[in-house]
Design a protein around this ligand. Structure first.
Ligand SMILES: Cc1cc2nc3c(=O)[nH]c(=O)nc-3n(C[C@H](O)[C@H](O)[C@H](O)COP(=O)(O)OP(=O)(O)OC[C@H]3O[C@@H](n4cnc5c(N)ncnc54)[C@H](O)[C@@H]3O)c2cc1C
Length: 397
């Protein structure tokens, strides 16, 4: 059985759904089908993500994507309302605070010049000013901090669901089946996909938005892309002594990050022994929480930063996967140069939630018009690896 469509998207997460929605919204009239293997999104990255957004990057393209996405998220509740139901996404702007020693601060200051040239509201703080923003912090070791005033959090699962609802309403079909292989004509033209059920769907355009699984699925048609799964953990703790205010999203140069209100704090760590990058595409992942890693590696760093972390209870937490571009840790967006009709929307390496609104919009333009209009994402093309034009972003964690 072969079904024909104009455009196929593999993966039904936030990237795929932002793209599908933007295509339709901007007037694409061809038929679109999205394949999602995990109907409840149990292991997908989007619902396992923090939902943090910030504009403090070092590369213009990342800043531009985050700026555009912020505008979308800011207006989401109103713009994406359906049948008078507001599109609630728990949008909060409590800021992003980067705590730095001398070495970290000099890099952050360099990046601030680029950020300010794009009108990002970013401030340099002395240790004393940092302490007055969050009085519970120990600032003795700090040379200063950088505050991204407009940064914050939203609920990624809600954003995803609103995109899905809109896309479906605009006629995009979602099929909850696993794509087993991408198909080609045997030469250099993508042909469609084969499902695990054996069914084939053909289309002249196939977009790989399969997140952490995108490297694995691309390999089925012999096209290697540098994206692998990378396991990351999130810890949710209750504090015996709460922070007095809704603290910003704090990035500590010591290696942790945390955000929360009162007793409840969410914590992550930048790296560590069990935050493992997979060396192949296999998926024998353990999605449960490694509590001993928190106790031994993360908690001591937190306690160094604030006495409020001295007494805490690790309530819960989870592991999820980054769709990790292991070469330069940035998105891979656009046409594949060696396979006609094959487009990539992957590799966001830990900042995909906040870039999905912009990336989906930009790729929809490239597909519909053959060029970018709103923001130029040409530097994010996969051709950069062969051309040695890597995107060396210093603010990815
Ligand atoms: C712990 C953690 C914290 C994070 N924090 C942040 C943050 O604060 N800010 C931020 O911007 N980003 C963050 N991220 C990153 C963010 O979650 C991802 O970049 C983003 O969700 C990627 O979206 P996606 O649609 O590409 O992936 P996904 O949501 O994983 O969607 C891809 C989908 O493809 C489906 N799929 C895969 N293979 C197939 C197949 N063969 N057939 C059919 N379907 C298939 C999967 O089931 C999946 O649902 C975090 C990630 C993690 C894990």
């Amino acid at each position: 059985m072969i079904k024909k469509y104009d455009l196929i998207i593999v993966g039904g997460g936030i990237m795929a759904s932002s793209l599908a929605y933007n295509l339709r919204k901007d007037g694409y009239t061809g038929s679109i089908v999205v394949f999602e293997k995990d109907r409840m999104y149990e292991y997908s990255s989007t619902p396992r993500c923090y939902g943090g957004f910030r504009q403090t990057f070092s590369i213009p393209g990342n800043i531009q994507m985050s700026k555009l996405s912020l505008q979308v998220l800011k207006n989401f509740e109103k713009e994406m309302a359906l049948d008078d139901e507001p599109a609630v996404i728990d949008f909060k702007q409590h800021g992003y605070l980067y705590l730095a020693n001398e070495q970290a601060l000099s890099l952050l200051k360099e990046n601030m010049k680029v950020q300010k040239s794009y009108d990002v509201n970013v401030q340099l703080l002395t240790p004393e000013e940092t302490k007055s923003l969050v009085p519970e912090l120990n600032v003795d070791d700090l040379a200063g901090a950088v505050f991204d005033v407009e940064g914050g959090n939203a609920d990624p699962y809600s954003v995803l669901q609103w995109y899905v609802r809109h896309a479906k309403r605009l006629g995009v079909e979602y099929v909850y089946e696993k794509v087993q292989a991408l198909l080609t004509d045997g030469l250099h033209q993508v042909k469609g996909v084969k499902l695990e059920t054996g069914a084939e769907y053909h289309a002249p355009i196939v977009v790989n938005a399969a997140g952490a699984w995108s490297g694995e699925i691309s390999k089925t048609m012999g096209v290697d892309i540098p994206v692998r799964p990378y396991r990351k953990q999130v810890y949710c703790v209750d504090l015996a002594v709460p922070f007095k205010t809704d603290i910003p999203f704090v990035f500590d140069y010591l290696g942790t990050y945390f955000q929360g209100e009162g007793l409840k704090v969410i914590i992550g760590s930048r790296e560590g022994s069990n935050e493992t990058e997979q060396q192949d595409y296999s998926f024998n992942f353990d999605f449960t929480l490694d509590r001993s890693y928190f106790n031994e590696e993360v908690w001591p760093l937190l306690a160094e930063r604030s006495p409020n972390f001295d007494q805490l209870k690790l309530e819960t937490g989870w592991a999820g996967l980054y769709e990790y571009n292991y070469i330069d840790h940035n998105a891979i967006i656009g046409k594949h140069p060696d396979m006609n009709g094959y487009y990539l929307l992957t590799g966001f390496s830990g900042h995909g939630f906040q870039q999905a609104p912009a990336a989906g919009k930009a790729l929809s333009e490239l597909i519909r018009l053959g060029k970018y209009e709103t923001i130029d994402l040409t530097p994010f093309s996969i051709t950069r690896f062969a051309e040695n034009q890597l995107l060396l972003e210093s603010e990815v964690y």
